[in-house]
Design a protein around this ligand. Structure first.
Ligand code: GLC
Ligand code: CA
Length: 548
């Protein structure tokens, strides 16, 4: 139709997130790198994903594992060279995979040449690339705190001013009010687009329009003006997937970010379902019991709220979050069943699913000793909570549940030393369960978690109803069952799961009763070999398709 946008390729694909540091080391220094990723592309091709999001690989002092960038147009030597990046883009393309770069635009590293200039003097042309306020030494402009602890203001004696940083001291916030900052950013993004990058993940996108004088960090008044300008000057030139990380996304503002007219980004990561295990007034470390009825209500709200008004991203895991099978599943006796169950529910919804490396193997959380943890947020939290008088025991319980290092232990490739991740000493210990949980033992096994994910990825390409069907939650108040029906024309899809490790009485609704696979009704996937009439077994899940 005239003027209508062509079908966006990212609506029928699944994205795989790689945390490069922990994926595959190629040179024995214990740190994953780009040549390592290239050597594993066939594994990703087999899984069937259409794009890979790489956590940051640009030049960085690594104060926050690359989320502190000192050169946006170069690769950090830890990970390789620009030449290696070109190779990765080319080799991935041969396998039908696009590369998504992680753009950290809210802040740079304090070692970025812009910041080094900015702190030379107030007259320096780069001074206004950052956010400076007078205050008095020892007395910051206000009491704002950084996300990883401490004041959000840092004093620079040479200048006699404070600079603003929402994250660590090494991550000064860029000043988006300054048009020269924005122009430099657009130039950089266009340069990456010309190199063949297939999309961007925008780090803390909702925080770029901060107004520290009003203590505003997320969803600042200028936010959507900035994003529209950014998008029109860069992304709209190409056929990209763009996804903004937005802890401040709500069902009211998400349709603005992900407007189908393409004026901002393809979609955002929202975190309402992720925050469910946190005490309402607490920090992420203050755990609350999980409540399935609440989870269902939140996901229903997003499914219905963005239908034909925007686009959802679907994810359980990323490099900042604990492993889903250890969170909502059972990472011991029902690890395989619960990993598959959680995948079924996520991949049955409308939106673009994301798989975080190792999730497709059912990788679990880890318990490290305090000396082994590496993550800056974890280390800061430990220090702060110690000072505030928390017991070591309670701190460790929070870290076992929520430390970002849970997601960052090396990828478990096989049962050889260090799980095949490195010939050297891994930068973060490998989870000792790699002997049992690893890719080599799963890729050829039709009953493995890996094969299950592979099937799900394939279904999304094959069944339009997964991308386009509407969403109807059923059994809303049931404390054990998560079930919904997708509808598209005369097709229906039932996605159903027992979220718990107990048996639950249950009868399949007549219109989906596929015992014997009657004409027009078929089971697309299930995590038990058969069905037991009248009952759902622990973590049992399936999808039934019906054509009426
Ligand atoms: C995002 C990233 C996280 C990082 C932070 C600061 O939340 O996902 O890893 O520490 O932004 O850049
Ligand atoms: Ca390496």
């Amino acid at each position: 139709m005239e003027g209508e946008r062509k079908q966006d390729w990212w609506k029928n694909t699944v994205v795989y997130q790689i945390y490069p540091r922990s994926f595959q080391d190629s040179n024995g220094d214990g740190i994953g790198d780009l040549p390592g990723i290239v050597s594993r592309l066939d594994y990703l091709k087999e899984l069937g994903i259409g794009a890979v999001w790489l956590s940051p690989v640009c030049r960085s002092p690594q104060a926050d594992n690359g989320y502190d960038i000192s050169d946006y147009q170069d690769i950090d030597p830890l990970f390789g060279t620009l030449g290696d990046m070109d190779t990765l883009i080319k080799e991935a393309e041969k396998r039908g995979i696009r590369i998504i770069l992680d753009l950290v635009l809210n802040h740079s590293s304090n070692q970025h040449p812009w910041f080094l200039e900015a702190k030379k003097s107030k007259e320096n042309p780069y001074h206004d690339y950052y956010i400076w306020r007078d205050g008095k030494e020892g007395c910051p402009p206000n009491d704002m705190r950084g996300v990883f602890g401490g004041s959000a203001w840092e004093w620079v004696p040479e200048i006699g001013q404070y600079y603003f940083h929402q994250f660590t001291v090494e991550q000064p916030d860029l000043n988006w009010e300054n048009p020269r900052v924005r122009e430099d950013i657009y130039k950089m993004i266009n340069w990456w687009m010309d190199r063949g990058i297939g999309g961007f993940r925008l780090d803390v996108l909702d925080q770029i329009a901060k107004e520290p004088d009003k203590k505003i960090t997320r969803n600042g008044p200028m936010l959507h003006t900035y994003i529209k300008e950014l998008s029109s000057r860069t992304f709209q030139r190409g056929d990209l997937i763009t996804v903004g990380e937005a802890w401040g996304a709500t069902i009211e503002n998400a349709p603005v970010y992900s407007n189908p007219d393409g004026s901002e980004v393809s979609m955002v990561f929202q975190f309402e379902h992720i925050n469910l295990d946190q005490q309402p007034d607490g920090e992420k470390w203050d755990l609350a019991p999980l409540d399935l009825v609440k989870l269902k209500a939140i996901l229903e709200k997003w499914q219905k709220g963005l239908y034909q008004k925007g686009w959802n991203s679907l994810f359980w895991d990323n490099h900042d979050l604990p492993r889903i099978v250890s969170r909502w599943g059972n990472d011991k006796e029902y690890r395989t069943e619960s990993a598959k169950m959680l995948a079924t529910i996520l991949h049955g919804m409308q939106g673009t699913p994301y798989i975080y490396q190792g999730e497709e193997l059912g990788m679990t959380n880890v318990k490290l000793s305090m000396e082994q943890y590496q993550d800056v947020e974890t280390l800061n939290m430990y220090k702060e909570r110690k000072e505030r008088g928390y017991s070591t025991e309670s701190i460790m319980q929070s870290l076992y549940a929520k430390s970002r290092d849970n997601a960052r232990t090396p990828m478990q490739w096989d049962d050889s030393e260090n799980a095949g991740f490195t010939a050297g000493t891994p930068w973060l210990p490998v989870n000792p369960n790699y002997i049992e949980i690893n890719a080599a033992s799963q890729t050829g096994d039709p009953d493995s978690v890996f094969s299950y994910y592979k099937t799900l990825v394939g279904l999304r390409k094959e069944y339009e109803i997964l991308a386009e069907g509407d969403f109807q939650l059923i059994y809303r108040e049931d404390p054990d069952i998560f079930a919904y029906v997708r509808t598209l024309g005369n097709q229906k899809l039932l996605v159903l799961a027992n979220f718990h490790g107990t048996k639950v009485p249950f009868t399949v609704p007549a219109e989906f009763d596929s015992q014997g696979e009657k004409g027009g009704i078929r089971t697309l996937i299930r995590n038990y070999p058969d069905r037991e009439p009248g009952i759902l077994r622990p973590y049992e899940a399936f999808m039934i398709f019906a054509e009426l």
